[in-house]
Ligand binder design. Sequence first.
Ligand SMILES: [Zn+2]
Length: 99
Amino acid sequence: MPTRREKITEMLERTEYPLTADDICRDLDIKDKSIVYEDINHISKSIKNMSKELLVQPARCGNCDFVFKVKGSAKRPSKCPQCKGQWIISPGYLIRPRK
Ligand SMILES: [Zn+2]
């Protein structure tokens, strides 16, 4: 049986479009999104040895389109620094071979 992290890695390798933590929770029946963010942080480190890389589509503000910088952490921001809005479009993730 593959571990949860192996399943997430496989999903991110196969997907055509970036997946959000919500997508992963739904597909793997995980209750807590923070588990997924933690797994993604771990995966991004462990795949470096396999000539793969984690590509992140940054989180965006749904109100003013402000794009959040990727800071190495997978965690989703809670508030827009520009308009203080809380409608945040979650970051998406993909794994691709490293060029
Ligand atoms: Zn905003």
